[in-house]
Design a protein around this ligand. Structure first.
Ligand code: PMP
Length: 461
């Protein structure tokens, strides 16, 4: 097949890539010098690159390949659907079986009365939908001035104009003149960096109560919604103190604020339940979904809303939608992915096998001289690197310098881990076995050792 260039030598692929391909979240000049790593194929939790390396994927791609790579069933469903109906839209009073069946399935899986699904192509545009949807909802209820959405610094909600605006990444806001008006921020529940001398539980309450203070500062009649990831993912797998979400829930209830949980990472088993909201006892009015919805095999996302919101919205034309909302191939693949998650009891595997074992091994890294904090929620985990555990001290170098050294050692040792500043994070496929977890942790530990040796050699520690 001419479209597949997999047979070309690595250097040739890298040169073509550098000449024509602009990469997301990448310094192009740096990458061109180094040459991109070329992934050729994958199976289970294993990637194979163009040099023949077998790499254990500690990140499930971008937190998405929940059922693991190489499931033929999904390829078969996609091929069948492409032959039968490769595309049709869901605009103009039209539907098709894959979209409606997936909507029904999500209504069944989602907790409470989250029974209505608006499809997108990923998490960013699902959050764009949420902005317009929640503002339209309040306008329809006769309160158009209720249009402010409160989010958190260091949150990640996507990379579109709306998603970036909802997110609290200042480096992203700086590119493109964002956020858009009507988005406000409170601080994140990151105890390791920002907790000072306060106990974690007390800190969790303090951070949650910033929401109440912000609502009162803006005026309760102007606040439409609060959005949060149950566990901040791209922000560094920040698992909040136990006190945090119950207090956020209380405040949203008290002020009648729409509560949106962004389940793009936490959904579909990642935290040990179908949804992170269940793990943390949150009762959202809207959930954002993507990634694990199709295990990344097709681009698809969704906003799933409550009966009440759907009922109010149904009173107007919601002038919003994407060409690929409910794309039949993506929807069919997502349905097959959900079938596998359910029938193979993969969430049960997380709960009973993978997550308890990973927790034990991950927390075992605390004895490493560089590791100050080890946090884990189901199958997403982070460690904070530090030169001084007791003081929770940062390194003297710029944030991220040490993290990148460690990440590069991971690459060299054929394990994919990411760094966020000086935190190392993982989010492996949910189907990972204890033996594979052993390999993952052994390689992580080796990478930490090598990182420490390099810091000592470079005088950075
Ligand atoms: N929300 C969260 C919580 C995410 O982690 C991401 C992606 N990492 C997004 C939204 C954006 O999703 P996408 O990249 O599919 O647009």
């Amino acid at each position: 097949m001419t479209t597949m260039a997999n047979h070309l030598p690595t250097a040739e692929l890298q040169a073509l890539d550098a000449a024509h391909h602009l990469h997301p979240f990448t310094n192009g000049h740096e990458l061109a010098q180094k040459g991109a790593r070329v992934i050729k194929s994958a199976k289970g939790v294993w990637l194979k690159d163009s040099d023949g390396n077998e790499i254990i994927d500690g990140m499930a791609g971008l937190w998405c390949v929940n059922i693991g790579y190489g499931r033929d069933e999904l390829a078969d469903v996609a091929a069948r659907q492409m032959r039968e109906l490769p595309y049709y839209n869901t605009f103009f009073q039209t539907t098709h079986a894959p979209a409606l069946m997936l909507a029904r399935k999500l209504a069944e899986l989602a907790p409470g009365d989250l029974n209505h699904v608006f499809f997108s192509t990923g998490g960013s545009d699902a959050n764009d939908t949420n902005i317009r949807l929640v503002r339209t909802y309040w306008a329809e209820k006769g309160q158009p001035e209720r249009n402010v959405i409160i989010s958190r610094w260091n949150a990640y909600h996507g990379s579109t104009i709306g998603g970036t605006s909802l997110g609290g990444m200042k480096g992203m806001h700086g590119q493109g003149g964002l956020p858009i008006p009507g988005i406000e921020f409170i601080d994140q529940p990151n105890w390791w960096v920002e907790g000072g001398d306060t106990a974690p539980e007390e800190f969790g309450l303090e951070r949650a109560r910033q929401l109440e203070a912000k609502i009162n500062e803006i005026g309760p009649d102007k606040v439409a919604a609060f959005i949060g990831e149950p566990v901040q993912g791209a922000g560094g797998v920040i698992v909040p103190p136990e006190t945090y979400w119950p207090e956020i829930q209380r405040i949203c209830d008290q002020y009648g604020i729409v509560l949106i949980t962004d389940e793009v990472i936490c959904g579909f088993g990642r935290t040990g339940n179908w949804f992170g909201s269940q793990t943390f006892g949150i009762r959202p009015d809207i959930m954002t979904m993507a990634k694990g919805l199709s295990s990344g095999y097709q681009p698809i996302g969704a906003s799933v809303v409550s009966d009440e919101i759907a009922q109010v919205l149904s009173g107007t034309d919601f002038n919003h939608g994407y060409t690929y909302s409910g794309h039949p191939v993506a929807a069919a693949v997502a349905l097959e992915n959900l079938r596998i998650l359910e029938e193979e009891n993969i969430v049960g595997h997380v709960q009973n096998v993978a997550a308890p074992y990973l927790k034990q091994k991950w927390e075992g890294l605390l004895d490493h001289p560089l590791v100050g904090e080890a946090k884990i929620a189901g199958m997403m985990a982070s460690v904070a690197l530090t030169p001084d555990k007791a003081a929770r001290a940062p390194f003297a170098s710029d944030p991220g310098v040490v993290g990148q050294i460690c990440r590069d050692r991971c690459f060299a040792n054929n394990v994919i881990m990411r760094h966020v500043g000086d935190r190392m994070i993982i989010s492996p496929p949910l189907v990972i076995t204890p033996d594979e977890i052993d390999i993952l942790i052994d390689r992580a530990r080796l990478s930490l050792d090598e990182c420490l040796a390099q810091l000592e050699a470079d005088g950075l520690n």
